[in-house]
Design a protein around this ligand. Structure first.
Ligand code: GTP
Length: 597
């Protein structure tokens, strides 16, 4: 295809503002998929994405569109994930296209994640077309939202395209705007092949599928190509475009986007951002590389039933095939037995993986307290990474500890601002900035990531009734007074509940833990002391009195559905208790004890 007839773009939108619905409309409106094959929200291919309504993996579709000028254009849409944890995937897919549609719900306005993604698009040099969606809603206020876009993002929104992705209103205008307002790609067909590895995933039938954007040269089936970073050479077995199903394609030239397979064994053998060139006639210079995403949140995953360990290993290996940003290694815990220490890009990533293990692989899991990566500066001058509080060495060897800090951006309607400031303050936050745009405030905080990994999102949502949006970036490491807090039940340390906390907050965190555990642990025939301790010093203590009579009714906390689930599981005959010395602790205790109020 000629360069001037290609347009490559992504869609930037906040969750629920209508990205998937718009993508479906564009695909449908151009006859890319026959109506009878149209499944709602085609692009969100993973079940969990559809169910949870969030987009996780980047995906892509090639659309043919005959414009008002009579020419037929090729439009390549690269789908980008909307959530903060996947910012890295956003940035790389942005570099594969020249423009973005900025979709904003005309009844809502710009949200924090949108802002982060728009900045990524601007960084990548994109032309941006604002699209106001949901103008069918009575609450839609396009003029106000235009102003909001100009105030908050600082781009011209006067000729925003007004649409309703739901009714189809304005969809032709979006297609025309893509063609007339977004730039065509550039590239040299006669130069040596230079293609960017945008994404890769594991397909049960085809093996590893690699998505590429060609910059220069031409790639064909049968070519021998080299990955410049890894040095590996492969023969292209299959070359295809996505519409959105794979359709075999003879060749891809500059500006084009497609996929190939090449007998690559695992996703880990492909580096996102790598440059692909011909083995024989390589390009002289690779594209600027990407750093691999580093896991920032770690937690232990243990099977409730020790006999399920092998099944858990199997499930984790399968998931990792398709997700190179998820790391794992075996871990043993005195309390929980064999399990895995896993690393994630963020909290949502953690939740998604845990959810998939529980639902797709039917695992019953105990998750330990999420932890960030601390830098331990040892007295001998070395620096160690600490991923697990259980590995904390004796303090006499440690000079000081540094923890990761983030810059958090929160957008919230005025009336909830006070609650947000309080929440951030309580979490050791330092306010950086506070601005208003309309009735919404945008506040920036410097916060320790350690205070955010527990239940910050949940708290944020509940204090603002779901109206706040949140985004963060890690800014660096900073020294602080951090200590390891251990929990002892009946004088036995429960390693899975130990955590790193700020010294000033150890008492209050310890108190809330032991109080909760007191409610969560069923009574036994004897008295059970429950303590929180720093080193040898007890900072909080409760005593669970000995059992009198009927206790089953009070055994478990949690809501009705959880109780029902528990009952079902008990029916299945699985034992949900863990033995600690002489004490049995229910699985629920681990989960609930780690929630803060
Ligand atoms: P994620 O996939 O979670 O990122 O969300 P999304 O941005 O893709 O939003 P999605 O397309 O799933 O739309 C969110 C909700 O808004 C759905 O319930 C849609 O039916 C609804 N919606 C989308 N477009 C419109 C519109 O133009 N008008 C109205 N009234 N509702 C819409």
């Amino acid at each position: 295809t000629e360069l001037n007839l290609i347009r490559n773009f992504s869609i930037v939108a906040h969750i629920d503002h209508g990205k998937s619905t718009l993508a479906d409309r564009l695909i449908q409106g151009t006859g890319t998929v026959a109506d009878r094959d149209m499944k709602a929200q085609l692009l969100d291919s993973m079940d969990i994405e559809r169910e949870r309504g969030i987009t996780i993996k980047a995906n892509s579709v090639r659309i043919d569109y005959t414009a008002k000028d009579g020419q037929t254009y090729v439009l390549n849409l690269i789908d980008t994930p909307g959530h903060v944890d996947f910012g890295y995937e956003v940035s790389r897919s942005m570099r594969a296209v020249e423009g973005s549609l900025l979709v904003v719900d005309a009844s809502q306005g710009v949200e924090a994640q949108t802002l982060a993604n728009v900045y990524q698009a601007l960084d990548a040099g994109h032309e941006i077309v604002p699209v106001l969606n949901k103008i069918d809603l009575p609450a839609a206020d396009p003029e106000r939202v235009k102003e909001n876009i100009e105030d908050v993002i600082g781009i011209d929104a006067s000729d925003s395209v007004m649409i309703s992705a739901k009714t189809g209103l304005g969809i032709p205008d979006v297609l025309e705007a893509i063609v007339t307002r977004l730039p065509a790609p550039t590239g040299d067909r006669n130069a040596p092949l230079k293609a960017m590895l945008v994404d890769s995933w594991y397909d049960a039938y085809l093996g590893v599928v690699v998505m590429i954007r060609v910059m220069d040269g031409v790639i064909k089936k049968g070519d021998r190509v080299k990955m410049m970073q890894t040095g590996a050479v492969y023969g292209i077995d299959k070359l295809a475009v996505l519409r959105p199903k794979m359709v075999d394609w003879p060749e891809l030239g500059p500006g084009e986007i497609g996929v190939f397979t090449a007998s690559i064994k695992q996703v880990r053998d492909t580096r996102v951002g790598d440059t692909i060139t011909h083995e024989r006639k390589p390009t002289a210079e690779a594209l600027p590389g990407f750093k691999p995403a580093q896991p920032v949140v770690f937690c232990g995953l243990f099977p409730v039933d020790a006999a399920d360990f092998e099944a858990l290993r199997d499930a984790i290996e399968k998931l990792a095939l398709n997700d190179a940003s998820f790391s794992y290694e075996m871990e043993t815990s005195a309390a929980l037995g064999f399990g895995f220490r896993c690393g994630f890009l963020g909290l949502l990533h953690l939740e998604v993986i845990r959810d998939r293990l529980e639902r797709e692989y039917d695992m019953d899991l105990i998750t330990t307290a999420p932890s960030v990566v601390y830098h331990l500066h040892m007295k001998d001058g070395t620096v160690r990474d600490l991923h697990n509080p259980a590995d904390m060495p004796d303090l006499t060897y440690v000079d000081h500890i540094e923890e990761p800090r983030i810059k958090a951006t929160i957008m919230v309607p005025d009336e909830y601002l006070g609650d947000i400031l309080k929440l951030c303050q309580d979490r050791r936050g330092v306010q950086l900035n506070l601005t208003y745009a309309g009735q919404r405030a945008m506040v920036e905080y410097d916060l320790p990531l350690n205070e955010v990994v527990f239940d910050f999102y949940d708290r944020l949502k509940s204090v603002t009734k779901g109206y706040a949006s949140f985004d963060y970036q890690i800014t660096g490491y900073q020294e602080d007074y951090l200590v390891k807090m251990s929990i002892l039940v009946n004088d036995e340390p429960v390693d899975a509940l130990s955590m790193m906390v700020h010294r000033d907050r150890a008492e209050s965190r310890g108190r809330s833990m032991v109080e909760k555990l007191k409610d969560l642990i069923p009574r036994h025939m004897f008295k059970i002391p429950i303590q929180a301790a720093i080193g040898g010093r007890v900072v909080a203590r409760e005593t669970l009195s000995a059992m009198r009579k009927d206790v089953t009714a009070k055994c478990y906390g949690g809501d009705a559905t959880r109780k029902k689930k528990l009952l079902e599981k008990q029916k299945a005959g699985k034992k949900k208790m863990r033995q600690f010395g002489k004490v049995e602790i229910p699985q629920e205790a681990f989960i609930n004890a780690l929630k803060m109020d």
